[in-house]
Ligand binder design. Structure first.
Ligand code: SAH
Length: 243
């Protein structure tokens, strides 16, 4: 195969401290081709240019690798809440094959793509759930069971905390990927984070060439159990954020 160039990805990944071998680069290439192919029929991403996908989807996702490796052993259990077409969950699974990855997505057509690509890329230890965080987080097998919860571009932090912290083990953490001016959003999330058993620990800036906006990683540590009533029923975290 190897018909299109994943050089940008390979070079950018090196700068992030992530070395991708030819098998992994080939997995990214297949992912790119099928993403664009499916996107012709069902709208799953606004970004389809090969250079842009490498930066804005693949490398942006891989910016989490060092944070994950610093926090946990490589076989840790991770859930990606609102993964869409698989970001950041699938790039992370390609880059760190030993992690146990759960992809959670509410929209069925996106889940169909996820099922297709996960099968094609022949991963072990990956699970896809078609559902809403508000419901899935109350199931015993998923509640407070993950070392790390990741989420990109799903909701503002006050809302996102309610959709993510209930999945996280005490001692684990949430890593949220955010864009733009996040100062006010951070301030407005403090009450929610505390109510849900978290502690806002760190905000890091992502430095990637070719990005035209500011991108941040927000790390929230889980320091105590989330009260049982959270998350509230579907839609409530968004309708009435815990501000
Ligand atoms: N993380 C992906 C997708 C972002 S779009 C990326 O960065 O490209 C946000 C996605 O979150 C959508 O696909 C939407 O269906 C999903 N989503 C929003 N609220 C959700 C919820 N409560 N539970 C599960 N998925 C949700």
């Amino acid at each position: 195969m190897a018909s299109i160039s994943m050089n940008r990805l390979a070079e950018g990944a090196e700068k992030l401290g992530v070395t991708l071998d030819s098998y992994q680069l080939n997995q990214f290439e297949i992912y790119y081709l099928d993403l664009v192919d499916w996107n012709n029929r069902i709208n799953i991403t606004a970004i389809t240019d090969v250079g842009e996908v490498q930066i804005k989807h693949f490398l942006d996702s891989l910016a989490l690798v060092s944070v994950i490796k610093d926090r946990s052993n490589v076989s840790c259990r991770i859930i990606d809440v609102g993964t869409g077409a698989g970001f950041p969950g699938i790039p992370l699974k390609i880059a760190i094959p030993d992690i146990k990855m759960t992809l959670l997505e509410a929209t069925t057509k996106k889940v169909l793509f996820l099922e297709h690509i996960v099968k094609k890329l022949a991963f072990n230890d990956i699970e896809i759930i078609n559902g809403r965080a508000e419901e899935v987080a109350h199931k015993l097998e998923y509640r407070e069971k993950f070392d790390i919860v990741v989420s990109r571009a799903v909701a503002e932090l006050a809302i996102l905390s309610e959709l993510t912290l209930p999945f996280c083990k005490i001692g684990g953490g949430v890593i949220a990927q955010k864009k733009g001016d996040i100062q006010l959003e951070l301030e407005q999330s403090l009450k929610a984070v505390e109510t849900l058993g978290g502690s806002l620990t760190k905000v890091g800036k992502i430095n990637l060439e070719g990005l035209d906006d500011e991108r941040y990683l927000v790390v929230i540590d889980k320091i105590k159990a989330t009260p049982e009533k959270y998350p509230r029923r579907s839609g409530m975290p968004e309708k009435k954020p815990l501000k």
